[in-house]
Design a binder for this molecule. Structure first.
Ligand code: PEP
Ligand code: MG
Length: 367
């Protein structure tokens, strides 16, 4: 793994003496976690668990979503549970002694279900190649089911906490895996510090319900494993409604992490998936702003973050507030977050050194 050495390491150590903003990393595998740690990350601010559900596991999610049969669903979840215990064990061990915020599954469903268009093409090819009627019928049935789930705007649909509200068996599985990995490491003499984060919350009852599920599951594991578990539960603030009602939401949150990617998308009403496309970047640059608001925090979005922090403290004076959108690694945005009074920024591993430096510069300039 690359490491910081020589003058750069020394300069960043000096920077650390001045900065007041914490710097964490966004990572979802032990290698990236170790890499971030080597770059000076003080924890993992965002572990995107949907990234752990790629490859074969993607198929398991599809099986789960498309099947009404309880037994098939339970089998899929049991398979996922086994895999997740290992995932979390590796993450917590790599970050021994430092906080790791694990975000519960936040997959827009179109990323987990087979593409209807590709399936359709596949069926046409099967027909041409003279495949058996049974095979073709099976594919057609699959296509029909997937079509039934297709949403016009998957990024505004069944994702984030909404998935866990509809299928509580999923958050139970993930929290059980987090708590079990934590318990095992504690018994082995390590000091794991997991935290659980609920994504895409817009109203208090969503968080309250999933927090309840998480707490009950943690308590069950603690009893079964015969250990004490202390695992904070918090939420992403990534929808304007959550930011402006943060005083309510904070009553059920130990921490807030501002998801400025989605917050920018939903505040402007521009799709974040089209920033690389034709219209959005051109329109933004020609008619709206001299910067890309998905890279550098926009003052309007920053105002929502500031409001969220202030209101959040009204609802819970001890709430810890950070940011884990892409802006967390952008120097200009870091100056804004420092002024707003966030506790930490979390960014991709390779941005950690730059974030440490920018946080120190912001602290010095804003003294
Ligand atoms: C965000 O929305 O800013 C965020 C960090 O979550 P994700 O990018 O995974 O949607
Ligand atoms: Mg998000």
């Amino acid at each position: 793994l690359p490491e910081l050495t020589g003058d750069l390491d020394t300069i960043l150590e000096w920077a650390d003496e001045f900065r007041t903003l914490g710097v964490r990393a966004n990572a979802d595998n032990p290698e990236d976690a170790e890499l971030s740690r080597g770059f000076g990350a003080e924890g993992i601010g965002l572990c995107r668990t949907e990234h752990m559900f790629l490859g074969d596991r993607k198929q398991i999610i599809q099986t789960f979503i498309l099947n009404d049969d309880e037994l098939i669903r339970e089998k899929a979840v049991a398979d996922l549970y086994e895999a997740q215990v290992g995932d979390f064990y590796g993450m917590f061990k790599a970050m021994d002694g430092l906080p790791v915020i694990v975000r519960l599954l936040d997959p827009p469903l179109h990323e987990f279900l087979e593409s209807p268009r590709e399936l359709d093409v596949g069926i046409a090819k099967l027909e041409v190649s003279g495949a058996s009627a049974d095979v073709i019928a099976e594919k057609r049935a699959l296509l029909e089911k997937i079509d039934g789930f297709a949403e016009q705007n998957p990024m505004l649909g069944m994702r984030g906490c909404r998935l866990g509200i509809v299928y509580p068996i999923l958050p139970v599985m993930q929290v059980r895996a987090i708590a079990t990995a934590c318990a095992r490491l504690q018994k082995e003499g390590f000091a794991p510090k997991p935290e659980i984060m609920i994504p895409l919350v817009s109203v208090l009852p969503e968080l309250a319900k999933l927090r309840g599920v998480a707490e009950a599951t943690i308590a069950e594991v603690a009893e079964a494993e015969g250990v004490e578990l202390s695992i904070p539960v918090g939420t992403m603030i990534e929808l304007p409604r959550a930011a402006v009602t943060a005083n309510e939401i904070a009553t059920e949150a130990d921490f807030f992490s501002f998801g400025t990617n989605d917050l920018t998308q939903t505040t402007f009403g521009f799709s974040r998936d089209d920033v690389e496309g034709e219209f959005v970047p051109q329109y933004l640059a020609e008619h709206l702003l001299p910067y890309n608001p998905f890279a550098t925090i926009d003052p309007g979005v920053a105002k929502l973050v500031e409001m969220g922090v202030e209101l959040g403290h009204e609802g819970n004076p001890d709430i810890v507030c950070g940011v884990c959108g892409e802006h967390g690694g952008d120097p200009e945005s870091i100056h804004t977050f420092n002024r707003i009074g966030l506790d930490y920024v979390s960014c991709s591993p390779y941005r950690v050194p730059v974030a440490r430096l920018a946080a120190a510069q912001a602290a010095i300039q804003q003294r």
